[in-house]
Design a binder for this molecule. Structure first.
Ligand code: B12
Length: 220
């Protein structure tokens, strides 16, 4: 954890400060790396230390490309242990998972750029109690529209509840705010990106940043 924290400080340094504390940081990172490698060599680190150790060795491998540890050997050991159930504990899994996908906890810094803001409006001016609600929600980039509906419901369950039904085309939104589609009445929830009707359902359509999605209770 100290290696990750120091690397984070190192990467965030502004130029004026660099000369003053860069060297002690390098020294500390070097010492930590040696300690971790020694623990690995002498087997004093057990399998549950490997998750954070791999992350630490990964973030320091740019400054120390000497190849003095075998990442693939370590991963092979971990994979064997995984198949034997050693990482069924959620905390153990959380520490090892980043290395298995080539990431470390330091990648979290960039997560904010990986989300999109979506404005979501639901309108019923057709039957029963009229309503018109708008909410702005943030969802991970690449999420399907269903995540927007889920986020809206989570942020404001009073105004943004919904229900879906599994169909041959995937999940269809059959009710919003208790206003249900009805085939006898030929009513349904129609989805738009701005004024353009969506050509996919909520479990396929991927909204872009700042998109305005409207769900309007309509007839067909
Ligand atoms: C009739 C129809 C509708 C009717 C269904 C009403 C009814 N009770 O019959 C209504 C008007 C409600 C409808 C709505 C939508 N539809 Co429509 N619909 C069709 C159509 C023309 C025929 C479906 C049908 O009757 N099949 C025969 C029956 C026997 O089979 P079924 O499996 O039981 O049919 C059900 C499903 O198809 C479901 N359904 C209908 N449309 C859609 C769309 C989605 C995304 C889902 C998950 C389910 C679904 O409703 C049917 C009746 O329960 C198809 C065309 C096609 N090529 O299939 C498009 C089609 C399936 N719909 C489509 C779309 C895009 C939509 C909407 C998303 C449009 C929008 N902008 O809002 C909405 C759904 C929004 C939501 N609430 O989730 C697309 C799906 C494309 C895709 N890649 O996902 C299709 C292929 C039309 C097209 N060429 O663009 N639809």
């Amino acid at each position: 954890m100290a290696t990750l924290a120091l690397t984070c400080v190192h990467n965030g340094l502004v130029k004026a400060e660099q000369s003053r504390i860069l060297e002690p940081i390098h020294e500390a990172l070097d010492k930590l790396r040696q300690q971790i490698l020694r623990a690995m060599e002498t087997n004093t680190a057990n399998i549950y230390s490997i998750g954070l150790a791999l992350q630490a060795l990964n973030v320091t491998s740019v400054s120390y490309p000497s190849g003095d540890w075998s990442c693939s050997q370590m991963l092979a050991k971990v994979l064997t242990e995984i198949s034997q159930g050693a990482f069924d504990n959620p905390m153990a899994a959380a520490q090892i998972l980043p290395s298995l996908v080539g990431k470390t906890y330091l990648n979290v810094i960039r997560l904010s750029c990986l989300s999109v803001m979506v404005e979501y409006t639901i309108i019923n001016h057709l039957r029963g109690q009229h309503f018109n609600h708008t909410i702005r929600v943030s969802v991970p980039k690449g999420s399907v529209l269903l995540s927007v509906l889920q986020a809206a419901q989570q942020n404001n369950p009073q105004d943004f509840s919904y229900e879906t039904k599994q169909t041959s085309w995937g999940l269809m939104v059959v009710s919003i705010n208790s206003r249900a589609a009805n085939s006898n009445d030929k009513t349904y929830w129609q989805f738009f990106n701005g004024t353009k009707p969506l050509e996919q359902g909520v479990d396929s359509y991927v909204p872009s940043n700042n998109e305005h999605i409207e769900a309007i209770f309509s007839t067909y």
